[in-house]
Design a protein around this ligand. Structure first.
Ligand SMILES: [Zn+2]
Length: 481
């Protein structure tokens, strides 16, 4: 790449991921213009480029949420303390992270208000008012909103005081219907991650220790980051009838008898942007999968002061606009600066066009994922570019799958687990007896947590990796964000 020499310094501004992965991450989120820090510790400002990525994720998922029969609603931001106390397990789980409003203007409130850390309780109170008969079921609601969790250690997108998400909340007549919903939405999440974000995920159930506060069971999609740490990328919970009993959400069945509804809740957050950064990014910055990329093709005119170059570049943009998300940088910055800038931002394809290209009726296309350059006739662009974008999309998923495979190991005992985490950090498959004591010991001694009990079970041994007793469950372990 001929522009490397002159602009080397610009590239050196990002810490190499091999040197310090955490610093690399921080450099990328800042230099790719995704976020800025808010004035309250742990809060973030999502800048236009970061927000555009979020909007694309949101639009894809929102369409799927609606296709599967859900309606969007909006719940209040505040929860009165008395209401919060109604479901004991739930409040105990969230209490350490709750932010409280104690004053309205100058006046102290009679009752403290909690800023929602999640909205189960608000939905439940509402459902108790509007659900009466079996004809009202299933009730399938979703909310796009912000929530607040007063986290002690924070990082942009991965853990921040306030984040954006969607939370689905549904009510069903029986367990079977509610479980179908729980697993259906987990599949929707997995599909969005793999087909759009090109992030491969493991699907499975959380252990009792790791499940959502107040849930009967929690299902999760787990992905593996470049540094070998896992990221919980979305969860779907079967809540049983616990909330319905606390809040009195009942319906009369076909025989006129009162029954409690079975509930679910499920959510994904702006964390997915963190996954995208840490799965696909490299030492030149972000790499955004084409299906989610706000700009799929960036046109960089070469020697744009020469007659006809900009006109031709704009013409190309207008003709490509129908098929792809395309933009042009006609600023007076040097092409080398622009190359670096759009590589940093992870734009999938760069299109270079200069006087010589115009003479030959061609352009240069450069792929962000492989760095490969190709000369393409202008007449073929309308078919070639969408093809290349699809290829990039596929390549990113394949690369991420390979990476995950290379970083998935087996362990028969704690020593092997520890060695694996030291030598080749990633997922470790190990058998577990089901005892909390073993799960806690593993975490204490190795720092790895149980990520999930995968749906696709294998029997790699008969005995628990920790205590050696009989074990019939395979669990994925990893250090996690
Ligand atoms: Zn055990």
């Amino acid at each position: 790449m001929n522009y490397m020499g002159k602009d080397k310094k610009f590239v050196e501004e990002i810490t190499a991921m091999e040197t310090d992965f955490a610093q690399w991450y921080t450099d990328v989120v800042k230099k790719a213009d995704l976020v800025d820090y808010g004035s309250v510790r742990g809060s973030m400002i999502i800048r236009p480029y970061g927000y555009a990525i979020w909007e694309n994720i949101r639009d894809v998922l929102d369409a799927k949420i609606k296709e599967t029969g859900h309606s969007n609603v909006y719940m209040p931001l505040f929860i009165p303390e008395s209401l919060l106390q109604k479901e004991k397990d739930h409040i105990e789980g969230f209490a350490p992270e709750v932010a409280w409003v104690t004053h309205g203007g100058d006046e102290e409130l009679h009752e403290r208000l909690c800023v929602r850390p999640t909205s189960e309780i608000l939905f439940c109170e509402h459902y108790a008012n509007i659900i009466h008969s079996y004809r009202d079921l299933p009730m399938l609601y979703n909310q796009w909103s912000n929530v607040v969790r007063w986290e002690k250690t924070t990082r942009p997108f991965l853990r921040s005081l306030e984040f954006l998400w969607q939370e689905g909340h549904t009510c069903h007549a029986d367990e079977e219907d509610a479980m179908d919903e729980t697993l259906k939405m987990l599949d929707v999440y997995a599909n969005v991650c793999e087909e759009y974000l090109a992030v491969p995920v493991l699907k499975g159930r959380k252990t009792e220790k790791e499940k959502f506060a107040g849930a009967v069971s929690t299902y999760t999609i787990e992905s593996l980051m470049h540094d070998g740490k896992a990221l919980q990328s979305g969860t779907s919970h079967y809540l049983g009838t616990g909330f319905a009993e606390s809040f009195g959400i009942q319906y009369s069945d076909k025989n006129g008898e009162l029954q409690h509804v079975h509930q679910t809740s499920w959510g994904i957050t702006t964390r997915l942007i963190g996954a995208l950064i840490m799965v696909h990014g490299d030492n030149r910055g972000l790499v955004v999968p084409p299906r989610i990329a706000p700009t799929q093709v960036m046109i960089v005119p070469i020697a744009q002061h020469k007659e006809g170059v900009l006109d031709r570049a704009y013409e190309l943009r207008d003709s490509l606009k129908k098929a792809v998300r395309v933009d042009i940088d006609a600023s007076d910055k040097m092409p080398g600066w622009k190359f670096n800038e759009y590589e940093m931002k992870g734009i999938p394809l760069r299109l270079e066009i200069g006087p010589k290209d115009i003479e030959k009726n061609q352009v240069v296309l450069a792929r962000r994922d492989t760095g490969e350059k190709e000369i393409v006739s202008i007449d073929e662009l309308n078919t070639k570019i969408p093809e290349l974008l699809e290829e990039i999309q596929k390549n990113l998923l394949e690369k991420a799958k390979d990476h995950r495979e290379k970083k998935t190991n087996l362990a028969m005992n704690l020593t092997e687990l520890q060695n694996s985490l030291n030598d080749n950090p990633g997922f470790v498959k190990g058998m577990w007896c089901g005892e909390l004591a073993c799960e806690e010991k593993i975490k204490e001694e190795t720092g790895a947590t149980s990520r999930c009990i995968p749906f696709e079970q294998e029997k790699i041994s008969d005995s628990c990796m920790c205590c050696g007793n009989k074990a019939d469950q395979l669990v994925y372990w990893a250090k996690a964000y």
